[in-house]
Structures are given as C-alpha cells and as structure tokens.
Design a binder for this molecule. Structure first.
Ligand SMILES: Nc1ncnc2c1[nH]c(=O)n2[C@H]1C[C@H](O)[C@@H](COP(=O)(O)OP(=O)(O)OP(=O)(O)O)O1
Length: 166
C-alpha cells in the first residue's frame, strides 16, 4: 500500500472567512485537479515530515505545527491501494510559488472547487477545513490508475482522536 500525505494550510481571509491553500496538480496522479500539497512518504520519513517537505517542494511554503485532521484509505477493486494522512495548519510562512508539480492558489474555504477535485473530496474536506477529524474509507473500481477508476462507496467516521503522525 502506498503511504501519502495531504496538507491544507489555512489563513484568515478577513470578512470572507478563511482561505485554504490549494494546488492545481500539474502532473502525476490527479493531474489537472485541485488538491492540497502532498505526496508519497520517502524512506524513513514520518507522515508529518512528508507533509512539511511536500508543501515546501511543491509550493515553497514553510508549514509548522501541523494538526492531524484525517486518515483516509483508498481501496481499488477491493484491495487497499493508498493511505493518506491529512493535515491542516495555520502556521504558514512565505509566499506560494508554482513548481513543476503544482500551481498554488489561496481559495476562500466557501469557494473550494469540489467539481474540479477527486470525487470523494466533497465528503470529507469541508469538515476538515472546519476543524473536525475524520477517518474514511473510499472504494474505487475499474483498475489502475486510481484517478481513472470509478468512485463507488465510502464509509466515514467523524471526530475520531488522531495522533499527530509525527
Ligand atoms: N481519492 C483521493 N482524494 C484526494 N486525494 C487523493 C486521493 N487519492 C490520492 O492518491 N490522493 C492524494 C494523495 C497524494 O497526496 C496525491 C497523489 O500525489 P503523489 O503521490 O505525489 O502522486 P504522483 O504525482 O503520481 O507521484 P510522484 O511519482 O510524483 O511522487 O493525491
């Protein structure tokens, strides 16, 4: 199973509420869709270290004090395919810049483009951006690659105590 992370940096957007830093993925799994910065764990790395590194590499932001917000398992044709550790943080330094992997954009939390994201994201990301914790299982069918498979079922549990994945 592939271990991955997602990080959702947040900032105060004034009268319009919070903004979240999203990327438009430029290549690889989920190309052309919006998501948080993130990716696969490297050897010897903790999930939290991976989320910090991927955010730095993809969008040039330094994030600290990450809060574990979700633990998601994506199954493909009945087999566990990817586990994703989801973080959020308000400790963000720097200005986002594009990379070969990602085009970053601060987006009001109320305007997250769920129609341009993975089909499951609208089920769990709103709660994560509001401060909840979630454990979820999402079933896809139709073979590799995962981003061309059909999303068929899910199971969610909210307000589950999660470690910080450090
Ligand atoms: N269903 C769903 N919803 C939301 N996010 C995801 C999924 N499935 C996923 O795999 N993901 C996330 C998990 C990862 O953060 C990214 C996939 O990115 P990455 O692992 O970097 O994929 P590639 O770009 O193909 O890998 P590299 O070879 O470039 O490391 O999506």
């Amino acid at each position: 199973m592939i271990e991955t992370t997602l990080c959702f940096p947040l900032r105060d957007g004034g009268d319009d509420g919070d903004d979240v830093l999203l990327i438009e993925k430029r290549r690889g799994l989920g190309e052309g869709w919006y998501n948080g910065p993130g990716g696969k764990l490297e050897s010897g790395e903790t999930p939290q270290e991976c989320a910090v590194r991927e955010t730095r590499e993809e969008v040039g932001l330094e994030v600290r004090d990450l809060e574990k917000a979700g633990e998601l398992t994506f199954l493909l044709d009945g087999e566990e395919h990817t586990r994703c550790h989801v973080y959020r943080t308000r400790s963000v330094t720097g200005e986002p810049s594009a990379s070969a992997e990602a085009d970053p954009e601060w987006v009001p939390v109320d305007d997250v483009p769920y129609d341009r994201m993975w089909d499951d994201d609208h089920l769990w990301l709103p709660g994560v951006l509001e401060g909840a914790t979630v454990v979820g299982e999402f079933r896809f069918e139709g073979g590799e690659p995962l981003d061309e498979a059909e999303f068929v079922a899910h199971d969610l549990e909210w307000d589950v105590p999660l470690g910080n994945g450090s």
